[in-house]
Design a protein around this ligand. Structure first.
Ligand code: G6P
Length: 607
């Protein structure tokens, strides 16, 4: 949420800042801006809307200067106008910020009483005005930062430049991630390593409470008590080339087509095709004796965790509590003394998930995170982490990272089922064999593109859409609804099919398409009855099923799409691909901004 980039270097900063922001635009795209130091003065260019507007403004009116900061905004306080666009500041200092300064109103009142005059409605400007007050009283930039940071409540990643102190950026972190990139005679700051990928792969992360002075020759890191500290420089796996759109119309389309590869890469970490055994990653708890597991996450990652719960309870007979992190963190749940927790996150930076992680850790739980970014805050703060190998995901709505999360949860469930003595060797081999077929089956689903497009055309003008599923397909029905809402702006609900008659059935009429996820096996008959109840009330049923389900469904469904016939276990992963593809095509037909849907951000680093 909000992207930050900074450059102290040898050449012109502005083009590098814009390139960095382009890679961060997935974090927010309400407005963008850059500020550079030009002969001891701070100069800014800012623009409302997408980054292309800022790039246009810079083309018309270029910004020189070798030191600069840039920002792409996801508005929290203050409308997404040019006036509220970052960087914010005064003649002395300029600031970009990711996060929320919770005590901004109190600080603003105090600063106004001191004679500081504000120009925006943002919480961020209070940081700039506080710094300015200290600078005006003769403090050095370092001293101003040391005085300012303890006054701020809430979360922040900050990058600051100072008019009279060229060739330096001061950066600070509390809650929101920040990386410092090391170049040759030039240095960079970014809210994630992806922003820095074309510039350098050598990166050090600020730890919680850290601040750092970044100059062309290096960085001096300080902890929350202002003591000098060293932070390890790592090589990130991101490369400058990794984020192209190729020949696809949208990143989301490209990322959907990466499902088979990503699933293969993720599963390969855990499955031995020769022996059909699951190779368990090192776990921070003993799966055989752990009494209880808590799973928490946000958005689609939560839904992956929810499918994980079905698998873990069924295959490993392990009691699982699951909740969205924004609730769990304030719920004060009773925790088992020897319990463990799994946190699921693509970015590894989602503010609520990170807070839930910390709460669970303080509550004595052993923490395993399932993340896509190995250097992320969650990976670093967990007792151990398991990686999804999805590569950078740029489309704001999660696709390939979601199915990779499912793949990890499936492997963990089988491995833990074995460790707890609830699965036999034959069960393990059968389930492993099913998982090994998933990448190939995902490719078959992608080949259904035209058929899915026809379904998309038939629902693209609907006002409401209902997705129904049972068991582990219930969270996938919710994923289908979430994706449709996110990128096509059609109201959609994902419901447990059996629960439909307790409410949503009242919505059903011929204008409400009902998308049914109903593979044969398991609860097929029961789902079929639920769908007939909907059809009897004039509902338009569109069913995803397998070959054996077709004769049953085609009796009353308007459209039936055949998906590969696989065992019950792996259906959630495959049906997820189908519902995501459907949402994509509906969004394309409606002409929405598929990769950057309105009001959303990919990495939600504020609560
Ligand atoms: C945002 C994204 C979702 C994602 C969720 C959790 O809402 O738009 O696609 O599922 O955040 O993000 P995480 O990085 O923790 O998986």
């Amino acid at each position: 949420m909000c992207g930050i980039v900074g450059v102290v270097g040898q050449g012109e900063a502005a083009p590098l800042l814009v390139e960095g922001l382009r890679r961060l635009e997935y974090r927010g795209y309400d407005s963008a801006g850059v500020a550079t130091l030009v002969n001891g003065r701070i100069e800014r260019r800012r623009a409302e809307g997408k980054l292309s507007n800022l790039a246009g403004a810079l083309a018309r009116d270029p910004l020189p200067g070798r030191t600069g900061i840039g920002h792409t905004r996801w508005a929290t306080h203050g409308a997404p106008t040019e006036r509220n666009a970052h960087p914010h500041g005064t003649a002395r200092v300029s600031v970009v910020h990711n996060g929320i300064i919770e005590n901004h109103a109190e600080l603003r009142a105090e600063l106004e009483a001191e004679g500081q005059s504000f120009h925006t409605e943002t919480d961020t400007e209070t940081v700039a005005q506080l710094l300015d007050l200290h600078l005006a009283r003769g403090a050095s930039p370092e001293k101003a930062v040391v005085e300012t940071l303890p006054r701020l409540r809430g979360a922040f990643g900050l990058a600051m430049i100072f008019a009279e102190h060229g060739e330096r950026i001061i950066t600070a972190r509390r809650g929101s991630p920040l990386a410092v990139g090391f170049g040759e005679g030039e240095m960079f700051v970014g809210s994630d390593a992806l922003a820095l990928a074309p510039l350098t792969r050598r990166v050090a992360y600020l730890e919680e409470g850290d601040w750092a002075i970044v100059t062309p020759d290096g960085a001096a890191f300080h902890d929350g008590h202002n003591a000098r500290v060293q932070r390890a420089v790592r090589l990130t796996q991101f490369t400058g080339a990794a984020t192209g759109r190729g020949n696809y119309r949208h990143f989301m389309e490209k990322e959907l087509h990466e499902h088979p590869m990503v699933l293969g890469d993720t599963l390969r970490q855990f499955l031995d095709p020769a022996t059909l055994a699951v190779r368990m990653p090192p776990l921070p708890f003993d799966p055989a004796s752990v009494p209880r597991l808590t799973i928490s996450a946000c958005g689609s990652a939560f839904l992956a965790g929810h499918v994980g719960r079905y698998w873990l309870e069924r295959l490993a007979r392990l009691p699982v509590d699951i909740d969205v992190s924004s609730e769990l963190r304030y719920r004060d749940p009773p925790l088992e003394p020897d319990g463990a927790a799994i946190l699921v996150s693509q970015s590894g930076e989602t503010a609520d998930t990170l807070a839930a992680l910390r709460l669970l850790k303080e509550g004595g739980q052993r923490i395993l995170s399932v993340v896509n970014v190995p250097e992320s805050s969650m990976a670093r703060e967990s007792d151990s982490s398991v990686l999804t190998v999805a590569g950078p995901e740029i489309g704001v709505a999660s696709t390939k990272a979601f199915t990779a999360q499912l793949a990890v949860m499936a492997c963990l469930a089988v491995g833990m089922g074995r460790a707890r003595g609830h699965l036999s060797l034959t069960d393990e081999q059968r389930l492993t064999a099913a998982l090994l077929e998933v990448p190939g089956n995902a490719a078959l689903i992608l080949e259904k593109d035209e058929e899915v497009q026809r379904v998309a055309a038939s629902i693209s003008t609907a006002r409401d859409v209902l997705f129904l599923g049972r068991g582990a397909l219930y969270p996938i029905a919710q994923e289908g609804a979430l994706k449709l809402k996110e990128i096509s702006y059609i109201h959609a609900e994902g419901y447990a099919a059996g629960e439909m008659k307790h409410g949503p059935i009242a919505l059903i009429d011929p204008s409400v398409p009902v998308i049914a996820l109903c593979p044969t096996g398991g609860l097929f008959e029961k789902t079929l009855s639920n769908l007939q109840e909907a059809a009897a009330r004039g509902g338009r049923i569109i069913a995803f099923t397998d070959r054996d389900g077709i004769p049953h469904l085609s009796r009353f469904a308007e459209q039936v799409i055949e998906l590969p016939r696989v065992g019950q276990f792996s259906t959630p992963i495959l049906y997820a691909v189908a519902v995501q593809l459907l949402a994509y095509h509906v969004a394309v037909l409606r002409g929405t901004d598929v990769d950057q849907p309105r009001n959303l951000a990919k990495s939600v680093t504020v609560e």
